[in-house]
Write a protein that binds this ligand. Structure first.
Ligand code: PH4
Ligand code: ZN
Length: 311
């Protein structure tokens, strides 16, 4: 169990590969992600958003954070690969404190919806507290398009590399998520997929710290098609193409947030299993083949990110 996420990201940054940061909301997704990392001999980051912590704790933040840490630590001590637990999109101070107290390896303070100076101040405050207890901090500059938790970002505001330089220097944040055109969910990009690689290059040059890509799911069309064949309505779903992910990694992305690809795989195969085995009522028999597929998609992502065999 990695005590602070910066450890594994600094190595990835030096060697120009990326580590997957896969979101989980329950035991089965966590199992699939950790099995995939073990089979790929890859360091891995597992992440819970604030919504995931509330879901795991049935509304009680302390319970959710504690249970997440216990589950991850218990599984991780049996594995040969490094596992870090990260708070994704921390916005509520109470939730960030609960994660730190429970023993998370890193926390994200997401104040990117605030003006620059306020984002800087908020981030600085969390960095001081987190660093005092030896854990790493992620922050975000610029805004993703699409729905971010309860904030609907109509227009994405891309990162300003000059601001990034000042921001990292002033806050001493350990890794940064620069907005370069991605958005959360299964419907990315208005038209053609495009990322602002020029900005990314400058942010890496100016900050020299590990960088994070949010909204990085690829939304595989074959799995979307399968889901739709079994009754889902996901037409028009679109993700980040593989060549763009690889280019982003070459230019300095070292942590890649992936949630939607696991969700689509889960939904497609759950629908398939339920429609093919109509008398099955044992959840273990329903979930086993479904999460086998979730594990496979995580392994595929780990291979694309270049972290296979890096444990
Ligand atoms: O960047 C990503 C995932 O991007 P993706 O949608 O492209 O997988 N994330 O930070 C995941 C955010 C999940 O938040 P919530 O649990 O509130 O739905
Ligand atoms: Zn995100």
């Amino acid at each position: 169990y990695v005590k602070n996420t910066k450890e594994i990201l600094e190595k990835a940054s030096k060697e120009r590969y990326a580590i997957g940061a896969f979101n989980f909301n329950n035991m089965e997704f966590l199992q699939a992600i950790l099995e995939a990392a073990e089979e790929e001999k890859a360091p891995v980051i597992v992440a819970t958003s604030e919504g995931a912590i509330k879901y795991i704790g049935k509304g009680d933040i302390e319970t959710g954070a504690k249970l997440a840490v216990e589950m991850v630590r218990t599984y991780a001590e049996k594995l040969s690969v490094p596992v870090a637990l990260h708070l994704d999109h921390g916005r509520d101070f109470k939730v960030i404190m609960a994660a730190i107290k429970a023993g998370y390896s890193s926390v994200m303070i997401d104040a990117s919806h605030l003006p620059f100076e306020e984002n800087l101040r908020e981030t600085k405050r969390i960095v001081e507290i987190a660093h005092a207890v030896g854990i790493s901090v992620e922050a975000e500059l610029g805004k993703l398009k699409g729905i971010e938790d309860n904030v609907v970002e109509k227009e994405s505001v891309l990162v300003d590399p000059e601001e990034a330089k000042v921001f990292v220097k002033e806050t001493e944040v350990d890794f940064l998520a620069p907005a370069i055109g991605t958005s959360h969910g299964a419907f990315k990009f208005k038209g053609e997929a495009q990322l602002d690689f020029e900005r990314l290059k400058k942010v890496k040059e100016y900050t020299q710290i590990p960088l994070v890509l949010h909204g990085a799911s690829m939304v595989p069309q074959d799995i979307v098609k399968l889901a739709n064949e079994y009754g889902a309505e996901l037409s028009g779903a679109k993700g980040v193409p593989e060549d763009m992910l690889k280019k982003a990694i070459e230019l300095g992305i070292n942590k890649i947030n992936t949630d939607t690809d696991l969700r689509i795989t889960f939904v497609a195969y759950l629908r398939k299993v339920l429609s093919e085995d109509k008398s099955q009522i044992d959840p273990r028999k329903i979930f086993k083949p479904v999460f086998e597929q979730v594990k496979e998609i995580v392994k595929e992502r780990i291979r694309i990110f270049g972290s296979s065999g890096k444990a």
